[in-house]
Write a protein that binds this ligand. Structure first.
Ligand SMILES: [Zn+2]
Length: 194
């Protein structure tokens, strides 16, 4: 019986892993009877565990409304915890020069290909200039790009940040709440360096 379960759950772990990769899911909730769910949990690869939430309860039996609110509260708890630890890591790393804080250094880190994770406060209000030709973005004055001679336009950082993150393949986390206040006081944006 145990061996059967083990096989079933090993297959389940593989299924979950593929599913998470395919849809880029985060976080994943793993809920079920405590003993069984613990078996799946133990077999999860480390990277997947880091983005999963273990709920030692068989939520499948709950009425739909209760299920939704239960998942919602677990999700909020996870999100707050995740944001706090992200900000902790950012500040710790910046002390060791493995992260940058503030608009200028983060934009440099991003565009020099040095950043591996960017974090920004929701609704950040900062103006930057972006080259309409090469895309180079910073807060310096001037309507002509020093890199390529293209025209530069004044724009909100919030508007251009998602495309910059995408261009340099850096995951961008938008955070709020108390973790966000800490980041706001440090310039509202930062990035972990490679
Ligand atoms: Zn340019």
């Amino acid at each position: 019986m145990e061996a059967q379960y083990a096989r079933f759950y090993a297959a389940e772990v593989e299924h979950i892993r593929k599913w998470v990769e395919r849809w880029d899911l985060e976080p994943v909730f793993l809920a079920g009877p405590p003993k069984l769910v613990a078996m799946v949990w133990d077999d999860l690869p480390k990277a997947l565990k880091a983005r999963s939430v273990l709920v030692r309860e068989d939520l499948g039996h709950l009425p739909a409304g209760e299920f939704a609110s239960r998942v919602e509260s677990e999700l909020q708890r996870w999100q707050q915890q995740y944001e706090r630890s992200l900000i902790d890591r950012l500040f710790d790393s910046s002390g060791e020069l493995r992260a940058v804080l503030g608009v200028d250094d983060t934009l440099v880190g991003l565009q020099e290909g040095l950043a591996r994770d960017a974090v920004v406060v929701r609704g950040i209000v900062e103006q930057v200039r972006q080259c309409t030709n090469c895309g180079r973005t910073d807060r310096t004055d001037g309507s002509i790009c020093v890199a390529c001679g293209g025209a530069r336009l004044l724009t909100g950082l919030r508007a251009v940040l998602p495309q910059l993150a995408k261009r340099y393949k850096v995951p961008l986390e938008v955070i709020a709440d108390d973790a966000g206040d800490r980041l706001s006081r440090a310039g509202g944006i930062g990035a972990l360096l490679k």
